[in-house]
Ligand binder design. Structure first.
Ligand code: UD1
Ligand code: CA
Length: 484
């Protein structure tokens, strides 16, 4: 615990510019809620943190607790009267010498910038310090501007600003370190005489300057200091974050064929030598090994993919494990805690659900394998399915090592196919097939010599009889109508 420094995150605002009705702090960036970016950063720097909550506080607290257990304090702002008022609501928690205050909606800020601010604040022994960024493009969003005049400095909010942006090219990033003594003395001097009728935290800077007190200022790149007030800004922030992630993995030896359209989440991991195809989507919890190919239009959610795996195009994988050297797809659907064994091959239009498949096995064409346990070196023919559902419950199919299942089989669970057994194509297997046995479950074929022309003739007559009947029916209706 850092006794000298503590943090307060402001997260009580109504998010009215989002126009979604939901607190923006719950919106996700690369599958992580926006509020978790500053909380994780402060946790990493071991700075004890208090979060001011208000609007949708239950949901905001719930999300934070999911990531932080009991290590964070919560203060409440019941009425949203502005950022200065939000900070005041955390007063009972102020105990360190310095208080680092952050807006909850600046998710891109990296560790090094916060460290630089802390360093500058200490070096200057400032009463208040803040981070500014250069930005003269008002279309990038609404920010308070750093205005200097007659040797004084203050932050002027967009609604109150009337000067030329080019004359005041720096914006306030919404991150401050304030000496507790100064804060306690000065916070009551903030008023709401402005065009928003809100109590602005930024007025503390103007007040410090008026009193001739020391102000520490650090400059940072604008992109990293972006605030997120609208859905448009959320999109921009996510775009930047995702580019950062992709560049990070490129540096670790991952090749992205079309990097600009890959979706990748924060906690995804990828091994060196792996190639990620165009429009691949790698969602939270996914870990991919080395030298894999994840081809285009694949979606992986919470999957473990070991080394040297090939996922062909258009596959959807979730909550499953693909072991070393296996191949999946194209157009395969693997889900529900399935495991595809080492060097096994799941081919095109195959669905695997809640099934364990051993090593060197293959199911390459048009299969459904549900609730199945399949051994090593098993071959499953084209079009074969497990019938795992009796209308009430899911039932198991077991296929032991080196069994060969013919094409177009229906394996009606519960059923076991023994080791080295063989089933004939087209079988509906309802009973266990013992080890090394051949299971045939279909009616025997009969060939009738020279019967094909006869059957064709018969069908022709039948269809012309039907046609005559139909025409007759129309004529009868017509004549009935004319006699009336
Ligand atoms: C704020 C700054 C602005 C700065 C910008 C940087 C003020 C008055 N302005 O503006 O100078 O350029 O950040 O991104 O501070 N909040 C509360 N309670 C409230 C109001 C807001 O907790 O009553 C929280 C919000 O949830 C949010 C943070 O404070 O996380 C900032 O509020 P927001 O309305 O986004 O401030 P900006 O207008 O962006
Ligand atoms: Ca903001």
């Amino acid at each position: 615990m850092n006794k000298k420094l503590q943090a307060v995150i402001l997260a009580a605002g109504r998010s009215s510019r989002f126009k979604t009705g939901k607190s923006k702090l719950l919106e996700q960036i690369c599958s992580r809620e926006m509020i978790i970016y500053p909380t994780k950063l402060l946790e990493k720097l071991e700075i004890p943190t208090t979060i001011v909550v208000g609007y949708q506080k239950e949901q905001v607290v719930e999300v934070i607790k999911k990531y932080h257990k009991d290590s964070i304090n919560f203060a409440e702002q019941t009425e949203q009267l502005g950022t200065g008022h939000a900070l005041l609501c955390s007063k009972e928690f102020w105990e360190a010498d310095d208080i680092l205050v952050m807006n909850g909606d600046t998710p891109l800020i990296p560790e090094w910038i916060l460290k630089k601010l802390i360093e500058e604040h200490n070096k200057q022994d400032a009463e208040i310090s803040f981070i500014k960024a250069h930005n003269t493009d008002p279309s990038t969003g609404a920010y308070g501007r750093v205005v200097r005049s007659e040797g004084k400095i203050r932050i002027v909010e967009p609604k109150d600003f009337s000067g030329y942006i080019e004359d005041h090219p720096f914006i306030n990033s919404g991150i401050y370190i304030i000496k507790k003594n100064f804060l306690e003395k000065t916070i009551s001097q903030i008023n709401n005489n402005n065009n928003s009728n809100e109590f602005y935290i930024v007025d503390l800077i103007g007040l410090a300057s008026e009193k001739g007190l020391k102000i520490g200022i650090v400059q940072a790149p604008f992109d990293l200091m972006r605030g997120v007030n609208t859905l448009k800004e959320l999109w921009a922030a996510e775009h930047i974050k995702r580019s950062e992630l992709i560049k990070y993995w490129m540096e670790k030896g991952v090749r992205f064929n079309v990097a600009q359209n890959v979706h990748i989440d924060l906690d995804v991991e990828i091994g060196p030598g792996t190639t990620i195809g165009s429009s691949a989507q790698l969602f939270s919890g996914t870990r991919i090994g080395a030298n894999c190919e994840i081809n285009s239009f694949c979606s992986l959610i919470n999957c473990i993919v070991e080394d040297n795996v090939i996922i062909h195009t258009h596959c959807s994988l979730s909550n499953s494990v693909i072991k070393e050297g296996a191949q999946v797809g194209p157009f395969a659907f693997i889900k529900g805690n399935s495991v595809i064994g080492k060097n096994s091959h799941i081919g095109s239009f195959v669905e695997v659900k809640n099934s364990i498949i051993g090593e060197d096995s293959e199911a390459k064409h048009l299969n459904f394998l549900g609730d199945a346990e399949i051994g090593n070196k098993v071959t499953i023919g084209a079009g074969t399915i497990t019938c795992n559902n009796n209308g009430y419950e899911k039932l198991k199919t077991k296929i032991e090592d080196e069994a060969f299942i013919g094409s177009s089989n229906s394996l009606v669970a519960p059923v076991t196919i023994g080791k080295n057994a063989f089933t004939a194509a087209g079988s509906v297997i309802t009973e266990d097939v013992p080890e090394k046995a051949l299971g045939i479950a279909r009616s025997r074929q009969i060939n009738k010599p020279d019967y094909a022309p006869k059957i064709k003739e018969k069908i022709k007559h039948q269809s012309s009889d039907k046609k005559n009947l139909f025409i007759g029916a129309i004529k009868t209706t017509e004549s009935t109508q004319t006699t009336e």
